[in-house]
Design a protein around this ligand. Structure first.
Ligand SMILES: Nc1ncnc2c1ncn2[C@@H]1O[C@H](COP(=O)(O)OP(=O)(O)OP(=O)(O)O)[C@@H](O)[C@H]1O
Ligand SMILES: [Mg+2]
Length: 269
């Protein structure tokens, strides 16, 4: 579960906010597109979730973790539990495909026995089982992105955040990546994708959230279409985020972690 409640982000030196009073609630297992013109605030919203940036105002809850209680030293642990995929892949150039995926597990503290079992499984999933020995430089863009996805899903994150994962890819390869994300979503992973690809958004008919000048101007919960200007009003958020936040925060079931987060007690739901 992801919740942003009245989140505003003003970068130092900027006058206009990059995010302006954004309230967004994403349910577990949802597949959501985040669209908007360049500069609308899409990457900033993603960075709020990965904690690359802090909000200027507002509340963020991800998988039972209240980010107000997140200490700096816990952020690497949090990131290992969120899957993150970028436009430029961010692979380790001196390691093979196999090693790139294995390394991600290694730093997450996974045993070598478990690594040996998991890496081939995820390489199989992304269709790269025969390319484990190759270095990133010897792969196509689409293959590199698939390694990046394999690396993220190897840790079985409950949430996968992909910021323009098809930004550098040709249309056909982009479709391969999107189908892979759909497959991962079918396994129960919540997926958030930013994209400028109208065709993909219109074909998939998933939830589409539109940002404009840092504000959410559209939230099409079902069968959303790529529409940067005219929000579909009747499909906008029905439950205001602050109500969800209040409910969670007053929950007797201790759904919100206020304990210092260590390697073991971060659980993303
Ligand atoms: N580190 C930063 N410092 C100052 N301003 C920033 C920073 N990062 C982003 N911005 C500004 O915040 C606004 C939103 O940027 P953001 O990168 O979130 O847009 P975007 O929707 O992801 O655009 P694109 O589609 O081009 O990736 C822009 O006006 C941008 O100039
Ligand atoms: Mg961006």
């Amino acid at each position: 579960m992801i919740l942003l409640n009245q989140v505003t982000k003003v970068y130092p030196g900027d006058k206009a906010p990059a995010l302006d009073d954004v309230t967004l609630h994403v349910q577990p297992k949802e597949f959501m597109f985040l669209v908007g013109k360049s500069g609308a605030g899409k990457s900033t919203l993603m960075k709020m979730l990965t904690r690359e940036e802090k909000p200027t105002r507002g509340k963020i809850l991800v998988g039972g973790i209240d980010y107000d209680y997140l200490r700096k030293r816990h952020i690497p642990h949090l990131r290992r539990r969120l899957g993150v995929v970028f436009q430029d892949f961010k692979l380790l150039p001196n390691r093979t495909v196999y090693e790139n995926v294995a390394f991600a597990l290694e730093i997450a503290g996974v045993s070598s026995r478990e690594i040996k079992r998991t890496v081939p499984t995820v390489l199989e999933l992304v269709g790269l089982i025969d390319k484990g020995h190759k270095f990133p430089v010897d792969l196509s863009g689409g293959e590199r992105q698939r390694v990046a996805i394999a690396r993220s899903v190897a840790r079985q994150p409950k949430i996968l955040i992909a910021d323009e994962p098809t930004g550098n890819l040709d249309p056909e390869t982009s479709w391969g990546i999107v189908h892979l994300l759909e497959e991962i979503n079918n396994f129960g992973t919540t997926i958030l994708v930013t994209t400028h690809n109208e065709d993909i958004v219109n074909t998939l008919q998933r939830r589409v959230v539109t940002l404009k000048d840092g504000k959410i101007i559209g939230d099409q919960k079902k069968a959303g279409v790529y529409d940067l200007e005219a929000p579909v009003k009747e499909r906008q958020i029905k439950v205001p985020g602050h109500k969800v936040a209040e409910k969670l925060l007053s929950s007797p079931k201790k759904m919100i972690s206020r304990k210092p987060l260590g390697k073991k007690n971060i659980k993303i739901a």
